[in-house]
Ligand binder design. Structure first.
Ligand code: SF4
Length: 458
């Protein structure tokens, strides 16, 4: 579902960047996760082997996806699981609503699921009179704050504990001014416990679907998916077709890298395997395409479907860390958000929210070539004639200049001369968004090539 926003990435990032203290704190918090990830990865001698295996398992599954989906469906049915197929978000929502309406569900507890964000399920169900309670702590915080997730693993990372304290005071009656995380977490647990006990149905996302078992794997650190999955007798589980893995071996490889790469934890506290409904209950799995088979037809875009949504690429991204999750014009931010969502961005700017530094590709546990995909998304925008304003005019000129040593050297001579001799006020307008918050660089006297020839060439 395409976004309808008109604000581009730079404009939205500028809103986030107005609060410099928050930007610094946000960047440091995410870098801490990256450091934990590095420690966890380096503690396993076989880490690179696991990445390679993870990538190969995912590529193999994607190239035999039809067979594995059919095998999964057949094994689910054997175990009494009801399987539904949805071609897009609208069909997914309709199927979910039909199941809930049949059982006269008034309240649904839901654990974290980026797919339901993708399908805009919550507002759809609320329009149909069904109360949806997000039960992951971070998700509940942003739901109470009427915000979407700003990160796929830590959805409320943009909020400080004092802000959460204020929100909880207003919405769930905690003490005014209280911001102790343990106190707030206990209060949230109590608040959610009441919803678990009074819910008519539960819904979870799916981290992996195991074809030869007809089982799904759901990973959480809070046990909220298990509370939901084990209390009401009606459970629903939504998954994209890309969540398929062939067998337990593949699932265990991905499980070993998922939490390590996300937050530096050996494994999620709860890694639950669901094989069938409770006695007398119903278990439904809704399998969603929503553009994934289209991506599969493109060799490079297909690699984005190897993603296991660990969030590692987001934590390491220098642009995300300093521009915030709400600047991306897609429900998934950061490098993976650009890789899978750039075509949905009607401002055509999100594909440029990247320095192409490659840090994301370096950390990815399934070797998604994120930097290559992002560069490719830019090329697609150019081919579609949807380059952001200005780029369509000056990029062909930049291309010509950079393609010719003579033109490039001339341009650099002019730039050095201008930086040394003209006032900043005259030059700043040419530096665009980059120069808005930066000092212009000091120009060296000569080019690097001239300096090298004079000093080091012998
Ligand atoms: S692209 Fe890789 S690093 Fe990024 S969320 Fe997906 S699996 Fe994790």
């Amino acid at each position: 579902m395409a976004t309808t926003t008109t604000a581009n990435h730079a404009e939205k990032a500028e809103i986030f960047c107005r609060d410099e203290a928050r930007v610094d704190w946000h960047s440091k918090a995410l870098w801490l996760l990256r450091q934990k990830r590095d420690r966890a990865a380096s503690s396993l001698p076989e880490w690179e082997e696991l990445r390679e295996l993870g990538s190969e398992y995912k590529l193999h599954t994607l190239s035999h996806l039809g067979e594995y989906l059919e095998q999964f469906e057949a094994n689910c049915i054997k175990q009494g699981i009801q399987v539904h197929w949805a071609k897009d978000g609208a069909e997914h929502n309709r199927i979910v609503h039909e199941i809930l309406a049949k059982h006269q569900v008034k309240k649904l507890v839901k654990s974290k699921s980026m797919l339901t964000e993708e399908c805009h399920l919550n507002p759809y169900l609320e329009q149909h009179g069904i109360e949806v309670i997000d039960t992951d702590l971070g998700e509940r915080i942003i739901q109470l704050n009427k915000q979407p997730p700003s990160h796929i693993v830590v959805p409320a990372i943009h909020l400080k504990k004092e802000e959460v304290g204020e929100l909880f005071h207003e919405k769930i009656g905690t003490e005014k001014g209280a911001s102790d995380p343990t106190y707030l977490t206990r209060a949230a647990r109590q608040h959610l416990r009441e919803h678990f006990l009074s819910a008519d149905a539960a819904m979870t996302g799916v981290n992996m679907a195991i074809a030869d078992q007809g089982a799904i794997v759901v990973c959480t650190n809070e046990g909220n998916a298990d509370m939901g999955g084990n209390l009401p007798s009606l459970t629903l589980h939504s998954m994209g077709i890309d969540k398929m893995v062939p067998n337990m071996e593949a699932a265990s490889v991905l499980l070993r890298t998922l939490a390590r790469n996300a937050i530096g934890q050996p494994i999620t506290t709860y890694s639950s395997f669901y094989h069938g409904p409770k006695p007398g209950g119903e278990m439904h799995v809704i399998i969603v395409d929503n553009g994934r088979t289209k991506a599969l037809k493109d060799k490079l875009l297909a690699e984005s479907l190897k993603c296991i949504r660990c969030g590692g690429c987001i934590n390491t991204c220098p642009v995300y860390r300093r521009s915030g999750g709400y600047s991306y014009n897609y429900f998934i931010p950061g490098p993976i958000g650009i890789a899978v969502g750039a075509q949905e961005d009607n401002t055509n700017t999100t594909a440029w929210a990247c320095t192409l530094c490659g840090s994301c590709t370096y950390v990815c546990p399934t070797k998604v070539p994120l930097d290559k995909i992002i560069a490719y998304q830019r090329r697609l925008k150019a081919e579609q004639g949807t380059l952001p304003y200005g780029k369509d005019r000056y990029m062909p000129i930049v291309g010509k200049v950079m393609g010719s040593a003579t033109l490039f050297n001339c341009a650099m001579s002019v730039a050095r001369f201008s930086l040394r001799n003209l006032p900043n006020a005259m030059l700043k307008p040419f530096s665009g968004a980059w120069g808005k918050y930066r000092e212009l660089p000091k120009a060296p006297k000569t080019s690097f090539e001239a300096w090298y020839n004079k000093n080091r060439s012998e």
